[in-house]
Ligand binder design. Structure first.
Ligand SMILES: NC(=O)c1ccc[n+]([C@@H]2O[C@H](COP(=O)([O-])OP(=O)(O)OC[C@H]3O[C@@H](n4cnc5c(N)ncnc54)[C@H](O)[C@@H]3O)[C@@H](O)[C@H]2O)c1
Ligand SMILES: O=C(O)C(=O)C[C@]1(C(=O)O)C=C[C@@H](O)C=C1
Length: 321
């Protein structure tokens, strides 16, 4: 999908944080002329220089207030644990009518940490593009990241409809399908589909890392099997994922409790040789996998080699509602 709008959707978009997600959005906005100008707030001088060198922002500042002063849209693209401090910098810094949005993986905490800091007349439309990789930083972004994936918006009831429509239009122009839901519902769903799998991957790879040296060497040597997929996920950014778990604590602990019970049931079935139970579960989970492929949502591995990505392209199609 490309921008079908004859004009840019925004005059100035300001990014706070220019890592994988911020830089992918900025690349898409630049590529398709979705805004006249991009500014950003980036803390390190080296990254500010890099962002300008890559040509994905027109202006890069250390100071958040300077970066957002002229913005019609501010996209907060930092780890969710930074939101309270970022929100505090937005007070008194924005034009009347400006929209603040974000890409954080947890939505209730983003609303808790940012909304109280926003002045009257500033709109807030939290969002979460369900697309990513295990890489971080401005060099890891690419404009096609969001293509044909879902984006969830979680506006607070009563928020300005025109502001919601503008953020929706931007994500659609970035190639995404957009749906609105409550932040609480979002956090429960993502607790199951994204946060729990990451926790499991970190655990499995952590367990293998703790094995004695000889065994660990062999795990690495023979990891071209199932383990390899877990290592990709477990290579994801530690700051981002620490913040996700600390900020979606209840939903994650809830689903983790259920997962532990299910794991115990499997442990019991293996111990007592209950093959029919194992077979029945593995057959059901296979169906789920088929459902995901049929819904056009299996093309997630955008890892460095690009090899998996190409093969995934074959299964792309518009996802089921
Ligand atoms: N990586 C993914 O797969 C993915 C997918 C969807 C959403 N998200 C969400 O997007 C956000 C950004 O993730 P990312 O993958 O782009 O991370 P990243 O590490 O690539 O980039 C994060 C950026 O935020 C900046 N930053 C960190 N702390 C900051 C602070 N206190 N103040 C200002 N800037 C700060 C960093 O310098 C960096 O530029 C996170 O909230 C994450 O939950 C990530
Ligand atoms: O493909 C990956 O590397 C991801 O983990 C991306 C992923 C996910 O869990 O699907 C990770 C976190 C997000 O908030 C959204 C997307």
């Amino acid at each position: 999908m490309t921008n079908t709008a004859s004009q840019p959707l925004f005059e100035t978009v300001a990014f706070i944080g220019m890592g994988l997600i911020g830089s992918s959005m900025a690349r898409r906005i630049k590529r398709d002329g979705l805004a006249d100008k991009i500014t950003c707030a980036v803390r390190s001088e080296a990254t500010r220089d890099r962002v300008l060198e890559l040509g994905i922002a027109d202006e890069a500042y250390c100071d958040i207030k300077q970066a957002v002063g002229d913005a019609d849209l501010v996209m907060v693209c930092a780890p969710v644990g930074a939101n309270e401090a970022i929100g505090a910098q937005l007070t008194g810094a924005l034009k009347k009518g400006a929209i603040v949005s974000d890409v954080g993986s947890v939505k209730q905490s983003v609303i808790r940490d940012i909304a109280p800091h926003l002045d009257e007349g500033v709109h807030f439309v939290p969002g979460h593009p369900l697309a990513g990789t295990e890489h971080s930083g401005p060099d890891s972004g690419f404009p096609e990241l969001f293509e044909e994936r879902w984006c969830i918006l979680t506006p607070i009831p009563g928020e300005n409809e025109a502001a919601i429509a503008k953020v929706k239009a931007l994500w659609e122009a970035c190639g995404m399908y957009v749906e609105c839901m409550d932040a609480d519902h979002h956090d429960r769903i993502l607790g199951i589909t994204s946060h729990l799998p990451h926790l499991i991957a970190y655990t499995i790879v952590g367990t293998a890392t703790d094995l004695e040296d000889a065994l660990r060497q062999e795990v690495i040597k023979f990891s071209a099997t199932g383990f390899r997929d877990f290592t990709r996920i477990a290579a994801s950014d530690p700051t981002m994922w620490r913040d996700v778990f600390l900020n979606n604590r209840e939903a994650v602990l809830d689903v983790l409790g259920r997962f532990q019970e299910d794991l115990m049931a499997l442990q019991r079935a293996i111990r007592w040789g209950e093959g029919d139970k194992l077979f029945e579960l593995f057959s059901r989970t296979r169906e789920i996998r088929r459902g995901i492929v049929d819904a056009g949502q299996y093309f997630a591995n955008f890892s460095a080699e690009g090899e998996d990505r190409k093969s995934d392209e074959k299964s792309k199609k518009k996802p089921a509602e």
